[in-house]
Each structure stands twice: as C-alpha cells, then as structure tokens.
Design a binder for this molecule. Sequence first.
Ligand code: SF4
Ligand code: SF4
Length: 176
Amino acid sequence: MRRDFQYYLELWRRTFPRRRKLLWRDTWLRNGYCRDCRYCCGPQDDPTPFPMALLPGQLRPGLDEDFYLLAGDTAYIADRGCKARGDGGCRLTREKRPVACSLFPLVLANGGLYLYKICPAVIFTPLAELSALGRDAAAWLAGFRPAELRHVSLDLPARTLAERYIYLDIAVAYPM
Ligand code: SF4
Ligand code: SF4
C-alpha cells in the first residue's frame, strides 16, 4: 500500500527531532539522515520498479547477486527493496552503486533534477540549500557523456512527477 506524504511527515518528525547536514562530496551526496532512515534501500510501498541504470564501467559478472535487474545494465528497486542492502546499509563500494544512489534524494528525470518529496532530508532542509546541492550535482553530471546521461535518467509521467517530486528548475542536457 502506498503511504502518503502526511504519513512520512509524521514519521520523520518523530525520528528526526533535529536537522542533519547534507553535503555534496565530488561524486555523491552525503546525507546525515540516511543512517537512521534507510527508506530508499529497503522495501518500497510502491511495487512499480524504480530503475537504477548502471554505467558501462560498472557492468561486471555476477551483477544479479547484487541487484534485481530490469535489464543487463539496469538494476531496480521495488517492494522487495534492493538486493545490495545489508544489515549495516549498502554492501557495495560507492563506485559500484548506481548513479541514482549517489544522487538521491535528487533524481535525474525528464531532462532535469527533481527532489523526492518524502525523503526526510527534503522535508527538513531549506529549499535554497537543496537547490545548491542540485547545482553541485548538475556540475558533476555535466562531465558525463550524453548517452550516459540519457541512460541514467528516468522518464516519468507528469502525474508521478506532480505527486512525488519537486522540480528544482535545474536542467541537465542530454538527447531525448
Ligand atoms: S529517503 Fe532520503 S534520508 Fe532516507 S535513506 Fe533515502 S536518501 Fe537517505
Ligand atoms: S545499491 Fe546500495 S545505496 Fe543503492 S539502493 Fe541498493 S542498497 Fe541502497
């Protein structure tokens, strides 16, 4: 069953009485909420697969031991969670994690950067700070080849974007 924004707002208010820090670290977003949240690596309340495409340099034998796969180069997470999740968090080195994991709760979709609304970091961090992190992430993504950007970007319907995401008005150019 998909829980709504109000459910998560109340849950995170109880879990996080104080704000935590977010910091862009060259190739990933360091997020002080993750260690006590772990929402986005665990079972999702939506069975629709969330694709997490892998870059050519991340493809290796035995990928299916680490990920549920939509295709040979695309992992996904849904109601079973992510296979790479261990007791202490993600089992993988940062280099092996999908680009989506390095960015989250920033999400590259439909040619721009969005925020995933129900993440506690999104709920409690001022939009101006999130926007600055989005610009840092966009600068990192600008070093990707267009085909790679196309591959790691999601195509989301307008209704899904409106329900679950906040647009940062930061465009990331790649061929549609
Ligand atoms: S939902 Fe946000 S805070 Fe929670 S694990 Fe995911 S990125 Fe971290
Ligand atoms: S690869 Fe790691 S960080 Fe990414 S969803 Fe899976 S467990 Fe979480």
